[in-house]
Design a protein around this ligand. Sequence first.
Ligand SMILES: N[C@@H](CCC(=O)N[C@@H](CS)C(=O)NCC(=O)O)C(=O)O
Length: 207
Amino acid sequence: MSKIKLTYFDIDGGRAEPTRIIMSIGGIEFEDHRISFEEFRRMRGSTPFNAVPVIEMNDGVYTQSNAMNRYFGKQAGLYPENSWQAFLCDEIMDAVDDAMHFVARTFGLEGAELEAARRKLVDGALTTYLKTLNTRLEAAGGKYFADARLTVADLKVFVMVRGLRSGVLDHVPTDLVDRIAPLLSEHVERVAAEPGVVAYYKKRGEP
Ligand SMILES: N[C@@H](CCC(=O)N[C@@H](CS)C(=O)NCC(=O)O)C(=O)O
């Protein structure tokens, strides 16, 4: 396989973060190309769908974070072989993307407008998604979302929930997840303690 280069924002979150963790766990060598928002504005028009992440591999430039998560997840042993468990995994990954679309709609707003939009987000879409993810986790046994083990779905939820609890989103209370989706709070700690996840962040230089 040719050299792999993953391009995304220089943040330890967002759409490419699960892919980075999956590749790290799988021991898949890649260039972690991190760009600023300014660099993205300059290069946006040259990406296939005017968006990141993009991945260069097999002599082409490809897109879609969940396709990446599945492709590398299979190589890393983090994607179910059973088609029903794979469905459960995919449902969760797509639900997280849908939730993040609601969050993304509030980006770029400021002041009172931002506060109103974030309050609506917290009381509406975020509550719906977090509570339903909590219910899904409970139905799957309470520990992992599919296959009774760590899969790409867990890493996808982990990145979102960690972001929501970090305080990086103004007007989204950092205890929101703890209050309305307690199983997700336990889940984020469980995934953070997975040896492969610990090793990834140790390598990134984070505590
Ligand atoms: N379905 C795509 C969505 C990619 C996407 O929307 N990325 C955002 C950044 S997280 C973007 O580049 N948006 C275009 C823009 O901001 O102009 C994926 O999952 O990779």
